[in-house]
Ligand binder design. Structure first.
Ligand code: SAH
Ligand code: SF4
Length: 359
Protein backbone atom coordinates (compact mmCIF):
# COMPACT_ATOMS: atom_id res chain seq x y z
CA UNK A 1 0.00 0.00 0.00
CA UNK A 2 1.30 3.47 -0.81
CA UNK A 3 1.96 5.79 2.10
CA UNK A 4 -0.65 8.44 2.74
CA UNK A 5 0.40 12.07 2.32
CA UNK A 6 0.23 13.98 5.60
CA UNK A 7 -1.37 17.24 4.50
CA UNK A 8 0.14 19.01 7.51
CA UNK A 9 3.47 18.87 5.67
CA UNK A 10 2.21 20.89 2.70
CA UNK A 11 2.27 24.64 2.16
CA UNK A 12 -0.56 26.35 0.31
CA UNK A 13 1.19 26.02 -3.05
CA UNK A 14 1.95 22.36 -2.42
CA UNK A 15 -1.68 21.73 -1.48
CA UNK A 16 -2.71 23.29 -4.80
CA UNK A 17 -0.51 20.73 -6.58
CA UNK A 18 -1.85 17.91 -4.40
CA UNK A 19 -5.46 18.78 -5.22
CA UNK A 20 -4.76 19.21 -8.92
CA UNK A 21 -3.34 15.64 -8.93
CA UNK A 22 -6.62 14.52 -7.39
CA UNK A 23 -8.42 16.31 -10.22
CA UNK A 24 -9.77 18.97 -7.85
CA UNK A 25 -9.96 22.76 -8.18
CA UNK A 26 -7.49 25.00 -6.24
CA UNK A 27 -10.25 26.40 -3.97
CA UNK A 28 -10.12 23.05 -2.14
CA UNK A 29 -6.82 24.21 -0.64
CA UNK A 30 -8.50 27.11 1.08
CA UNK A 31 -11.32 24.90 2.36
CA UNK A 32 -8.92 22.33 3.83
CA UNK A 33 -6.70 25.00 5.40
CA UNK A 34 -9.69 26.64 7.03
CA UNK A 35 -10.81 23.36 8.56
CA UNK A 36 -7.37 22.46 9.81
CA UNK A 37 -5.88 25.76 10.92
CA UNK A 38 -8.90 27.89 11.77
CA UNK A 39 -11.49 25.38 12.91
CA UNK A 40 -8.98 22.86 14.26
CA UNK A 41 -10.80 19.95 12.58
CA UNK A 42 -8.51 17.09 11.56
CA UNK A 43 -11.14 14.55 10.55
CA UNK A 44 -11.92 14.53 6.80
CA UNK A 45 -15.33 13.02 7.56
CA UNK A 46 -16.33 16.17 9.49
CA UNK A 47 -15.39 18.58 6.67
CA UNK A 48 -18.92 19.05 5.49
CA UNK A 49 -18.37 21.50 2.65
CA UNK A 50 -16.28 18.86 0.84
CA UNK A 51 -18.24 16.43 -1.34
CA UNK A 52 -18.60 12.87 -0.11
CA UNK A 53 -16.50 11.69 -3.09
CA UNK A 54 -13.67 14.05 -2.19
CA UNK A 55 -13.82 13.07 1.49
CA UNK A 56 -13.49 9.43 0.44
CA UNK A 57 -10.60 10.27 -1.88
CA UNK A 58 -8.85 12.07 0.96
CA UNK A 59 -9.40 9.19 3.40
CA UNK A 60 -7.67 6.92 0.88
CA UNK A 61 -4.75 9.09 -0.14
CA UNK A 62 -4.10 11.54 2.70
CA UNK A 63 -3.98 11.96 6.46
CA UNK A 64 -3.74 14.72 9.08
CA UNK A 65 -1.65 12.95 11.71
CA UNK A 66 -0.34 14.59 14.88
CA UNK A 67 2.32 13.15 17.18
CA UNK A 68 1.12 11.78 20.50
CA UNK A 69 1.66 13.71 23.73
CA UNK A 70 3.42 11.41 26.16
CA UNK A 71 4.00 13.87 29.00
CA UNK A 72 2.89 17.30 30.03
CA UNK A 73 4.57 19.13 32.89
CA UNK A 74 3.37 22.40 34.40
CA UNK A 75 5.90 24.51 36.25
CA UNK A 76 4.97 26.85 39.06
CA UNK A 77 5.69 29.95 36.94
CA UNK A 78 3.24 28.98 34.18
CA UNK A 79 5.74 27.31 31.85
CA UNK A 80 4.40 24.14 30.24
CA UNK A 81 6.60 21.45 28.78
CA UNK A 82 5.29 18.70 26.50
CA UNK A 83 7.01 15.54 25.47
CA UNK A 84 5.90 14.25 22.06
CA UNK A 85 6.34 10.76 20.67
CA UNK A 86 7.25 10.56 16.97
CA UNK A 87 7.40 6.79 16.85
CA UNK A 88 10.40 4.45 16.85
CA UNK A 89 11.54 5.76 20.19
CA UNK A 90 11.98 9.29 18.84
CA UNK A 91 10.91 11.89 21.36
CA UNK A 92 10.99 15.65 21.19
CA UNK A 93 10.04 18.41 23.59
CA UNK A 94 8.39 21.76 23.23
CA UNK A 95 7.95 24.45 25.84
CA UNK A 96 5.40 27.22 26.28
CA UNK A 97 6.67 30.30 28.11
CA UNK A 98 4.00 32.82 29.10
CA UNK A 99 4.99 36.42 29.64
CA UNK A 100 3.02 39.53 30.46
CA UNK A 101 2.41 40.59 26.89
CA UNK A 102 3.04 37.39 24.93
CA UNK A 103 3.24 33.62 24.90
CA UNK A 104 6.25 31.99 23.28
CA UNK A 105 6.39 28.40 22.06
CA UNK A 106 9.89 26.98 21.80
CA UNK A 107 9.88 24.18 19.21
CA UNK A 108 12.23 21.47 17.96
CA UNK A 109 13.44 20.91 14.39
CA UNK A 110 15.41 17.66 14.75
CA UNK A 111 15.54 14.65 17.05
CA UNK A 112 18.96 15.28 18.62
CA UNK A 113 21.62 17.41 16.96
CA UNK A 114 24.85 16.59 15.13
CA UNK A 115 26.73 19.75 16.05
CA UNK A 116 27.85 18.76 19.55
CA UNK A 117 28.16 22.18 21.18
CA UNK A 118 29.92 21.37 24.42
CA UNK A 119 27.48 23.20 26.73
CA UNK A 120 24.31 21.73 25.19
CA UNK A 121 22.54 18.61 26.35
CA UNK A 122 20.96 18.00 22.93
CA UNK A 123 24.44 18.08 21.43
CA UNK A 124 25.58 15.46 23.92
CA UNK A 125 23.09 12.97 22.52
CA UNK A 126 24.02 12.94 18.88
CA UNK A 127 21.69 13.19 15.91
CA UNK A 128 18.79 10.90 15.17
CA UNK A 129 16.70 12.41 12.39
CA UNK A 130 15.15 15.53 10.88
CA UNK A 131 11.55 16.40 11.67
CA UNK A 132 9.04 16.64 8.83
CA UNK A 133 7.14 19.88 8.26
CA UNK A 134 4.08 18.18 9.75
CA UNK A 135 6.01 17.30 12.91
CA UNK A 136 7.26 20.87 13.23
CA UNK A 137 3.92 22.62 12.81
CA UNK A 138 2.12 19.95 14.84
CA UNK A 139 3.94 21.29 17.87
CA UNK A 140 2.10 24.60 17.48
CA UNK A 141 -1.23 22.90 16.67
CA UNK A 142 -1.00 20.72 19.77
CA UNK A 143 0.06 23.53 22.08
CA UNK A 144 -2.59 25.85 20.65
CA UNK A 145 -5.32 23.31 21.26
CA UNK A 146 -4.30 22.98 24.87
CA UNK A 147 -3.85 26.73 25.43
CA UNK A 148 -7.08 27.77 23.70
CA UNK A 149 -9.03 25.81 26.26
CA UNK A 150 -7.31 27.91 28.92
CA UNK A 151 -7.74 31.18 27.07
CA UNK A 152 -4.01 31.53 26.45
CA UNK A 153 -2.37 32.17 23.11
CA UNK A 154 0.85 31.53 21.27
CA UNK A 155 2.07 34.86 19.93
CA UNK A 156 5.68 33.87 19.17
CA UNK A 157 7.32 30.73 17.84
CA UNK A 158 11.07 30.19 18.27
CA UNK A 159 13.21 27.35 16.89
CA UNK A 160 15.18 27.07 20.12
CA UNK A 161 14.28 23.54 21.11
CA UNK A 162 16.13 20.46 19.96
CA UNK A 163 18.17 20.50 16.79
CA UNK A 164 19.75 22.86 14.28
CA UNK A 165 16.98 24.28 12.07
CA UNK A 166 19.38 25.25 9.27
CA UNK A 167 20.40 21.62 8.86
CA UNK A 168 16.77 20.77 8.10
CA UNK A 169 16.12 23.55 5.65
CA UNK A 170 13.22 22.39 3.49
CA UNK A 171 11.01 21.25 6.38
CA UNK A 172 11.84 24.32 8.46
CA UNK A 173 11.22 26.75 5.59
CA UNK A 174 7.91 25.05 4.75
CA UNK A 175 6.95 25.26 8.41
CA UNK A 176 7.84 28.98 8.46
CA UNK A 177 5.77 29.48 5.31
CA UNK A 178 2.78 28.01 7.18
CA UNK A 179 3.51 30.02 10.34
CA UNK A 180 3.33 33.23 8.28
CA UNK A 181 0.45 32.26 5.98
CA UNK A 182 -2.84 33.91 6.97
CA UNK A 183 -4.66 30.78 5.80
CA UNK A 184 -2.65 28.83 8.40
CA UNK A 185 -1.15 30.40 11.56
CA UNK A 186 -0.93 34.01 10.37
CA UNK A 187 1.97 35.08 12.58
CA UNK A 188 3.99 38.15 11.66
CA UNK A 189 7.57 37.61 10.54
CA UNK A 190 8.87 39.34 13.63
CA UNK A 191 7.20 36.69 15.78
CA UNK A 192 8.81 33.64 14.21
CA UNK A 193 12.51 33.17 14.99
CA UNK A 194 15.04 30.71 13.62
CA UNK A 195 17.95 30.25 16.01
CA UNK A 196 21.12 28.87 14.46
CA UNK A 197 24.64 28.03 15.50
CA UNK A 198 25.72 29.46 12.15
CA UNK A 199 25.44 27.23 9.07
CA UNK A 200 26.68 29.96 6.74
CA UNK A 201 25.56 28.68 3.29
CA UNK A 202 22.08 27.92 4.67
CA UNK A 203 21.97 31.32 6.34
CA UNK A 204 22.62 32.98 2.98
CA UNK A 205 19.75 30.98 1.45
CA UNK A 206 17.42 31.69 4.36
CA UNK A 207 18.07 35.44 4.10
CA UNK A 208 16.69 35.40 0.55
CA UNK A 209 13.82 32.94 0.90
CA UNK A 210 12.32 32.91 4.36
CA UNK A 211 11.43 36.28 5.86
CA UNK A 212 11.47 35.37 9.56
CA UNK A 213 13.56 36.70 12.45
CA UNK A 214 17.03 35.40 13.14
CA UNK A 215 18.93 34.56 16.32
CA UNK A 216 22.62 33.61 16.17
CA UNK A 217 24.21 31.44 18.83
CA UNK A 218 27.54 33.22 19.09
CA UNK A 219 28.66 32.39 22.65
CA UNK A 220 32.28 33.48 22.17
CA UNK A 221 34.04 36.59 20.88
CA UNK A 222 36.96 34.83 19.14
CA UNK A 223 37.51 31.74 17.01
CA UNK A 224 39.79 29.94 19.47
CA UNK A 225 37.10 29.85 22.14
CA UNK A 226 34.17 29.40 19.74
CA UNK A 227 35.91 26.41 18.12
CA UNK A 228 35.65 24.73 21.53
CA UNK A 229 32.11 25.77 22.50
CA UNK A 230 30.45 25.59 19.07
CA UNK A 231 32.59 23.16 17.01
CA UNK A 232 30.84 24.03 13.71
CA UNK A 233 32.85 27.27 14.03
CA UNK A 234 35.85 25.39 12.64
CA UNK A 235 33.96 25.09 9.38
CA UNK A 236 32.23 28.50 9.47
CA UNK A 237 34.38 30.89 11.54
CA UNK A 238 33.12 34.09 13.15
CA UNK A 239 34.10 36.44 10.33
CA UNK A 240 32.18 34.42 7.72
CA UNK A 241 29.26 34.09 10.11
CA UNK A 242 29.05 37.82 10.80
CA UNK A 243 29.32 38.58 7.07
CA UNK A 244 26.34 36.27 6.50
CA UNK A 245 24.52 38.08 9.32
CA UNK A 246 25.17 41.45 7.67
CA UNK A 247 23.87 39.96 4.43
CA UNK A 248 20.68 38.95 6.26
CA UNK A 249 20.31 42.43 7.75
CA UNK A 250 20.78 44.05 4.34
CA UNK A 251 18.48 41.61 2.50
CA UNK A 252 15.20 42.52 4.16
CA UNK A 253 12.58 44.65 2.50
CA UNK A 254 11.91 46.05 5.94
CA UNK A 255 14.54 46.99 8.49
CA UNK A 256 16.04 43.84 10.01
CA UNK A 257 18.03 43.18 13.12
CA UNK A 258 19.52 40.05 14.64
CA UNK A 259 19.44 38.61 18.11
CA UNK A 260 22.87 37.46 19.31
CA UNK A 261 22.65 34.67 21.87
CA UNK A 262 25.48 34.36 24.36
CA UNK A 263 25.38 31.67 27.02
CA UNK A 264 27.09 32.74 30.25
CA UNK A 265 29.63 30.10 31.34
CA UNK A 266 31.49 30.72 34.56
CA UNK A 267 35.14 31.60 33.92
CA UNK A 268 34.95 30.48 30.29
CA UNK A 269 33.48 33.32 28.20
CA UNK A 270 32.22 35.80 30.79
CA UNK A 271 35.11 38.13 31.72
CA UNK A 272 35.37 41.87 31.01
CA UNK A 273 37.93 41.03 28.30
CA UNK A 274 35.42 38.79 26.57
CA UNK A 275 32.79 41.50 26.78
CA UNK A 276 35.13 44.12 25.28
CA UNK A 277 36.12 41.77 22.46
CA UNK A 278 32.45 41.11 21.78
CA UNK A 279 31.80 44.86 21.58
CA UNK A 280 34.56 45.23 18.96
CA UNK A 281 33.10 42.37 16.96
CA UNK A 282 29.50 43.54 16.72
CA UNK A 283 29.57 47.29 17.31
CA UNK A 284 27.72 49.11 14.57
CA UNK A 285 25.74 46.07 13.50
CA UNK A 286 21.98 46.06 13.83
CA UNK A 287 21.93 43.56 16.70
CA UNK A 288 20.54 42.98 20.15
CA UNK A 289 22.36 40.70 22.60
CA UNK A 290 20.65 38.13 24.78
CA UNK A 291 22.77 36.87 27.66
CA UNK A 292 21.55 33.39 28.63
CA UNK A 293 22.47 32.07 32.06
CA UNK A 294 23.85 28.56 31.42
CA UNK A 295 21.41 25.83 32.31
CA UNK A 296 23.33 22.99 33.90
CA UNK A 297 22.64 19.33 33.11
CA UNK A 298 24.04 16.07 34.30
CA UNK A 299 27.72 15.42 33.62
CA UNK A 300 28.38 18.92 32.28
CA UNK A 301 31.78 20.46 32.90
CA UNK A 302 30.37 24.01 32.95
CA UNK A 303 28.77 26.18 35.62
CA UNK A 304 26.60 29.22 35.25
CA UNK A 305 28.28 32.62 35.67
CA UNK A 306 27.67 34.54 38.87
CA UNK A 307 24.86 37.08 38.74
CA UNK A 308 27.35 39.92 39.38
CA UNK A 309 29.55 38.73 36.49
CA UNK A 310 26.57 38.68 34.14
CA UNK A 311 25.64 42.18 35.29
CA UNK A 312 29.18 43.42 34.66
CA UNK A 313 29.19 41.84 31.19
CA UNK A 314 25.85 43.42 30.38
CA UNK A 315 27.11 46.76 31.62
CA UNK A 316 30.14 46.77 29.34
CA UNK A 317 27.99 46.02 26.29
CA UNK A 318 25.34 48.46 27.34
CA UNK A 319 27.81 51.31 27.88
CA UNK A 320 29.12 50.70 24.36
CA UNK A 321 25.64 51.29 23.02
CA UNK A 322 24.72 47.66 22.43
CA UNK A 323 21.22 46.70 23.48
CA UNK A 324 21.60 43.79 25.87
CA UNK A 325 19.15 41.80 27.94
CA UNK A 326 19.60 38.94 30.34
CA UNK A 327 17.25 36.03 29.79
CA UNK A 328 15.25 35.18 32.83
CA UNK A 329 15.41 31.52 33.79
CA UNK A 330 11.95 29.99 33.57
CA UNK A 331 10.36 26.63 34.23
CA UNK A 332 13.29 25.39 36.26
CA UNK A 333 11.20 22.95 38.23
CA UNK A 334 10.32 21.06 35.04
CA UNK A 335 13.71 21.41 33.30
CA UNK A 336 12.02 23.49 30.67
CA UNK A 337 14.61 26.05 29.67
CA UNK A 338 14.62 26.70 25.97
CA UNK A 339 17.62 25.14 24.25
CA UNK A 340 18.06 22.80 27.15
CA UNK A 341 15.17 20.58 26.41
CA UNK A 342 16.31 17.27 25.22
CA UNK A 343 18.75 16.00 27.74
CA UNK A 344 16.20 14.60 30.09
CA UNK A 345 14.15 13.17 27.25
CA UNK A 346 16.25 10.81 25.23
CA UNK A 347 18.65 10.16 28.04
CA UNK A 348 19.09 6.40 27.84
CA UNK A 349 18.33 6.05 31.52
CA UNK A 350 14.92 7.53 30.73
CA UNK A 351 14.98 10.01 33.53
CA UNK A 352 12.09 11.89 31.93
CA UNK A 353 9.75 9.33 33.32
CA UNK A 354 10.82 10.28 36.79
CA UNK A 355 9.95 13.95 36.30
CA UNK A 356 7.22 15.11 38.54
CA UNK A 357 4.24 15.10 36.20
CA UNK A 358 1.15 17.03 37.10
CA UNK A 359 -2.03 16.98 35.09
N1 SAH B 1 20.60 24.69 17.26
C1 SAH B 1 20.12 26.01 17.35
C2 SAH B 1 18.77 26.13 18.07
C3 SAH B 1 18.56 25.27 19.27
S1 SAH B 1 19.51 25.69 20.68
C4 SAH B 1 21.15 26.91 18.02
O1 SAH B 1 22.14 26.40 18.50
O2 SAH B 1 20.97 28.11 17.97
C5 SAH B 1 18.73 27.20 21.23
C6 SAH B 1 19.61 28.06 22.11
O3 SAH B 1 19.83 27.47 23.41
C7 SAH B 1 20.99 28.29 21.52
O4 SAH B 1 21.39 29.63 21.66
C8 SAH B 1 21.85 27.41 22.38
O5 SAH B 1 23.17 27.80 22.33
C9 SAH B 1 21.21 27.56 23.74
N2 SAH B 1 21.58 26.53 24.70
C10 SAH B 1 21.90 25.24 24.46
N3 SAH B 1 22.21 24.60 25.60
C11 SAH B 1 22.10 25.50 26.60
C12 SAH B 1 22.28 25.42 28.02
N4 SAH B 1 22.65 24.31 28.61
N5 SAH B 1 22.06 26.55 28.73
C13 SAH B 1 21.66 27.69 28.12
N6 SAH B 1 21.47 27.81 26.79
C14 SAH B 1 21.69 26.73 26.03
FE1 SF4 C 1 22.79 21.67 18.32
FE2 SF4 C 1 22.06 24.15 19.01
FE3 SF4 C 1 22.67 22.31 20.89
FE4 SF4 C 1 24.60 23.32 19.36
S1 SF4 C 1 23.32 24.46 20.83
S2 SF4 C 1 24.31 21.16 19.87
S3 SF4 C 1 23.55 23.57 17.42
S4 SF4 C 1 20.95 22.25 19.47
Amino acid sequence: MHEKQNLLSLTKDQLDVFFSHLGEKPYRTKQIMQWVYHKHVLDFGAMLNLSKTLRDKLENSACLDLPQITKQNHSLDGVIKWLLDLGNNNQIEMVYIPEKDRGTLCISSQVGCSLACTFCSTGAQGFNRNLTTAEIISQVLIANKHLNSKNKKISNVVFMGMGEPLLNESSVYNACNLFLDDLAFGLSRRKVTISTSGIVPALLRMAQTTPVSLAISLHAPDDDLRDVLVPINKKYPIKELLDACQNYIDSGQQKRHILIEYVMLDGVNDTSEHAKKLVKLIKGMSVKVNLIPFNPFEKTQYRVSKASTIENFQDILYRSGIRTMVRRTRGEDVDAACGQLAGKVIDKSNRAIKLNVRN
